[in-house]
Design a protein around this ligand. Sequence first.
Ligand code: ADE
Ligand code: ZN
Length: 339
Amino acid sequence: MSPIPATSPTPPCAELHLHLEGTLEVPMVLELADRNGIRLPTPDEDALRRRYAFTDLASFLALYYENTAVLRTAADFAALTGAYLRRASEAGVLHAEVMFDPQAHVARGVPLGAVVEGVAAALEEGGREFGISTGLFAAFLRDRPATEAHAVLDELLALDAPITGVGLDSAELGYPPSLFADVFARARALGLHRIAHAGEEGPAGYIVGALDLLHAERIDHGIRCLEDPALVARLAAERIPLTVCPLSNVRLHAVPELAAHPLPGMLAQGLNVSVNSDDPAYFGGYVDDNFRAVAAQFSLGAAELARLALNSVESSFVPAERSRELAGAVEAWRAAQGQ
Ligand code: ADE
Ligand code: ZN
C-alpha cells in the first residue's frame, strides 16, 4: 500500500461500522493474554504481526476469533471499549454505533452478562469522558446456525442488555440473509434496529435479501451493489445507508487496490455512503486514517469529505436533536476549511 499523507484534515463524523473485537490492538492482545494466563498460538509479537497479511475475509476472521480468546472478564471488555472510544475521539468521532459478536465469547464459556456489563459500562463512561454518544449492536454470526442467534437474542432480552439493535456478520459467502429472516423478524417486532453485512464478498443479491428478508435499515459494506443497476437505483432512491470501509476492503482483497475502490463511483451514483473503519486494529487504521486514505487517493476536498460525514450523521439512529448537533459540527468543520 502507498503511504497515506498524515496531514489532510478529516471531518467530525459518526462511525457506524465498527466491530469492538476488531479494535483489539496487538499490545492489548499480549497484555490480556498475560493477565489471564492464556497461551497464545503465536506469543511472539513480531511473529504475531506477520500474521496480519490477509488473503481474504476467511483468513482475517481466523486470526480475529483466535485473538478474542484473550477477552475473558467484564474488565477486559471495558478496557477494549474504552481504548476504542479514546482513539475514536482523537479521530473526530462524535457518535459511534458499535457492534460486538456475542457468540464468539459465549462459545468460549465467557458469560454474556460479563461481556455486556463491561462494554456497556465503558460506553457510558467513555461517552461521558469524550463527549461521544453511542449505540450498541449485537451481531449474529452468519456461519453459525440461526438457532444460536435466537438463543443469543433470548439471553440479551433476559439480561435487559442496552442494545440499539442487531446485526449480521462473519463469513458471508454461502450464508445468505434468508437464513436469518426469522430472528431478524423477532428483533423487528421488539422494536430493535437492524443492520447487516452484505455485498462485501457476497453478491449483490445478498444486499437485496438483507433489505427484503431482514428488513435491514443499513447495509454494512454493500460495495458489490454496483453489479446490479436496479439495486443501485433503489438504494439511491430510498437513500439506504451503505457503511463503506475502504482500508478493510483493500486488506481483505475485496478490491485489488485502493485506486480500484468503488467509493467514487458510489458517490457519483448518489448513494448514501459513509466512511468507517470496520476492524481498525487489523486493517491499518481508524476512521480518520480511512478518510485520509480516500482523500489522498481520490483527491477529495473538504466538501466531499463533509458530504461523507453528513451521510454518516443522516444514517445513524440518533434522536433528531442530536442529529442536528452532529450535522452542525460537520457544517462548522466545512466552513473552517473554507469550502
Ligand atoms: N467480523 C469482523 N469484521 C468483519 C467483516 N469485515 N466482515 C464480516 N464479518 C466481520
Ligand atoms: Zn464489518
